[in-house]
Write a protein that binds this ligand. Structure first.
Ligand SMILES: [Fe+2]
Length: 156
């Protein structure tokens, strides 16, 4: 797969994949590299400040990757985010990020964890609640069961 376009991910907001209502939910992605990452092996690029943007309309391309209907690089410059094993990167569901082609001979392994607040754990606006309910139902539909629940000091 070295130098394959299949190793690249166009700049996207994770909510473009989740669905429109998810833009109102507070979801984080935690990226944990299992190998050191740099611009040669396709490290992430992040577009600073884009977590404050609206959800940009998009559609899947022939590789099933989301493509925005606007050129987001006209609104900001994505910066490479090299990482070493032992570090992690936390992104919001609205932060534009992506990766370029892995030009190395090795696989760029990593773990990608998603977290969304569950119901009844906090005070929300109606829109936030609608977004978080949407994600909860989507996870149940996708996984076929209740997603993993993290317990804090209060209720689940
Ligand atoms: Fe993503």
């Amino acid at each position: 797969m070295s130098n394959s376009q299949a190793t690249a991910f166009p700049l996207h907001q994770d909510s473009q994949y989740y669905g429109q209502l998810s833009q109102h939910a507070h979801i984080i992605t935690i990226w944990i590299p299992l190998v050191d990452e740099d611009e040669v092996n396709g490290c992430l690029y992040v577009l600073p400040g884009s977590h404050q943007w609206e959800l940009i309309d998009s559609a899947r391309d022939e590789n099933q990757n989301m493509r925005s209907f606007i050129d987001v690089e006209e609104r900001g410059i994505p910066i490479p985010w090299p990482m070493e094993v032992g570090e992690m990167l936390i992104l919001s569901n609205m932060t534009f990020h992506g990766s370029k082609v892995n030009q190395s001979e090795a696989v760029r392994w990593g773990i990608d964890i998603r977290y969304c607040r569950s119901r009844s754990t906090h005070t929300t606006t109606e829109l936030e609640q609608a977004g978080e309910d949407f994600m909860y139902e989507k996870l149940i539909r996708t996984a076929g069961c209740i997603p993993m629940v993290v317990c804090g000091q209060g209720e689940k």
